[in-house]
Design a protein around this ligand. Sequence first.
Ligand code: NAP
Length: 325
Amino acid sequence: MPAKVLVTRRQFEEEMDRLRAAADTVVLTRPAPATRPELLEAVRGCTAIFAHITDQIDAEVMDAAGDSLKVIAEFGVGYDNIDVNAASERNIAVGNTPGVLTETTADFAFALIQAAGRRLAESDRFVRKGEWKWFDPLDLLGQDINGSTLGIVGLGRIGSSVAKRALASGMNVVYHNRTQPEDDLGCTRVGSLDELLAKSDFVSIHCPLTPETNGLIGKAQLEKMPKHAVLINTARGPIVDTDALTDALRDGTIAYAALDVTNPEPIPTDHPLLSMENVTLLPHIASATVGTRRKMSQMTVDNILAVLRGELPPDCVNSERINWG
Ligand code: NAP
């Protein structure tokens, strides 16, 4: 009997054809993510799940799939939607797509630094609303990018690529990691997150979402930042406490935020953030270029095809815990 592969969202057809050539492939093509009951039903008997950020893949889903499940291949570098421990306990490999989206995501994060600093989205709304009546030397004043300090939380692959762009633009770069990276590009490591927040004009978040980073930026942390500070989040929404950020932007604790990711996601259309001028909101598109999304799809399929051949995925986050004899 051919192996069954479930792909939970629509994907590039060329990549789906590679899966179809090797397995009985089911692609859920509705625009909306599968509901929980639909997911539990669809995974039954699968060898592989091609998963997305919109799927919570926990022990219940793995058990619904049954003993056939060998790999959960995430379309992305972050895999916080997968219970990796539960997968390892069941001898299920977890794959992801590191590296391939680094430069594209860094381009986007740096674009947000510039857009937030110079109030681009707000200025665009100003023109569209017909509020631009005449040149005003004191209107829509932004903050210089050059000469200011960027604080990077998580100087890993993406954080380092953002740092390169910032250094080339004349910014000073400080960072906070738990460990010392091999090459910090000449950035300055600070002793603590609090020190980074106090020193930075712009703070950009690039750590993964883990139990340790969930709620990392809350009321107390926002209060450490200067009043003119700008917060950029292209990592994961729950790293920032949304209510605390909303209050901080409303009462002037910080000046501005630009968010590719929010908690919840999507942000409800009646959320107070949507009525505030000093926040730019994007729909989780930091890796969304044709070339990069295509490569992510290809890597995810490569991870699945390897398992169908009896090998570990080339990019496997729990390889040391898998024993397929
Ligand atoms: P990476 O290379 O693993 O870098 C993550 C960095 O975070 C590491 O330098 C790590 O250093 C640091 N870190 C981990 N825990 C930390 C903590 N508690 N405090 C401070 N720093 C911490 O990962 P990456 O490829 O750059 O990706 C980073 C994240 O970006 C992904 O996990 C994903 O969630 C997100 N992402 C989002 C999008 C999007 O579409 N918006 C696209 C791509 C990626 P230490 O271990 O030394 O602390």
